[in-house]
Design a binder for this molecule. Structure first.
Ligand code: PHE
Length: 336
């Protein structure tokens, strides 16, 4: 018996296999119910009582060695790519849950799409700006309230460095670096020192547009904006321009569209006026053109600017601005 055990131990040490099937053959030959090692356990019954303890231990060790060896062989196959034989390449992949685009991105892309169809291209610039690009070049008098700490985030150590309050700063960068004709759209994030509530945030997003060429008139501006309103809110949409004031445009206007909820009849959303305000616009002030190195006797231009949040609120009836930056997937998932 002892001899058999030591012979088998030697064989176990030489176990080797070229495939998973070889391993299975070894397992069946030695460890299955009628395998050579298992049969030794049957013989064990006839071992003399005084030898049982010793032989029993030897047998158990042999079986353990064989099992370990077979497991090790198996493992070497699975980690070496032997398991490839067992992989099912036809199995479909784990489903990857698709994310949804942020509603502000959806609307920004739509605005860009609409204006690109009438020749606008995109320009971008830094969010951390200097006073000249955000205010001075845009004709803001030095005592203008927008320069006040209440509206603008300044860097304490260097008051000339600030977070842009509008993307008109990008228009300045374009006017000082390109020659007319200029027809650009400036989308981006802007910052204002506001208390956060359902209708105000310390940052939001804008798309501003600028068109400069010979003979650009207010009629061109109105036509472009009417086209935009109809594309964005539907063919039946009406627009209305009200006189307004911006330091960098003259004349200036604010544009309302007919309320797309009640169709202009009057509802709580439009405060029963039938109109909702969506953007500011005007003819670029000749002072601004000159400051940026464009001859205002030859060229004229229009500009407009809108908040993407505002347009998104109108399109999707979102009542709380804070939802846009809270990253709540239950909210974000709705806009596919
Ligand atoms: N820059 C203005 C704002 O932030 C919007 C605007 C742009 C108005 C261009 C007129 C012309 O409110």
């Amino acid at each position: 018996m002892k001899e058999k055990i030591s012979k088998l131990n030697k064989i176990v040490e030489t176990f080797s296999a070229n495939s998973i099937e070889d391993i299975e053959v070894l397992r069946i030959k030695y460890l299955s119910k009628n395998g050579e090692i298992s049969l030794l356990f049957d013989d064990f019954r006839s071992v003399a009582a005084e030898q049982k303890r010793e032989i029993g231990q030897l047998l158990n060790t042999l079986r353990q060695n064989a099992t370990d060896k077979i497991n090790a062989l198996r493992e070497s196959f699975t980690s070496k790519g032997g398991a490839v034989e067992f992989e099912d390449f036809t199995r479909s992949a784990e489903p990857v849950e698709l994310g949804a685009r942020h509603p502000l991105s959806i609307v920004r892309n739509e605005i860009i799409d609409i204006f690109s169809r009438i020749g606008f291209t995109i320009a971008s610039g830094p969010e951390i700006e200097d006073d000249w690009h955000v205010f001075t070049a845009l004709n803001f008098p030095s005592e203008h309230p927008a320069r006040d700490m209440q509206d603008t985030f300044f860097i304490e150590k260097s008051p000339d460095v600030l977070l842009r309050t509008h993307t008109s700063s990008v228009q300045v960068r374009v006017m000082t670096s390109q020659k007319p004709p200029i027809r650009v759209l400036c989308p981006g994030r802007v910052y204002r020192n506001e208390a956060i509530s359902y209708r105000a945030h310390c940052f939001f997003h804008q798309v501003e547009g600028l068109y400069i060429d010979k003979n650009v008139s207010f009629a061109d501006l109105k036509q472009a904006l009417l086209y935009f309103a109809k594309e964005m809110f539907g063919e039946e949409t009406k627009i209305r321009l009200r006189p307004s004031y911006f330091p960098f445009t003259e004349p200036s206007a604010e544009m309302d569209i007919s309320c797309n909820l009640c169709g202009g009849e009057g509802c709580p959303f439009c405060k029963h006026t039938g109109w909702v305000e969506i953007l500011g616009c005007g003819m670029v002030d000749p002072n601004v053109l000159e400051t940026c190195g464009i001859d205002s006797k030859i060229y004229s231009g229009y500009a407009f600017g809108m908040g993407i949040e505002r347009i998104t609120n109108l399109k999707f009836q979102i009542k709380d601005l804070r939802l846009f930056s809270e990253n709540d997937v239950r909210f974000l998932k709705q806009f596919v």
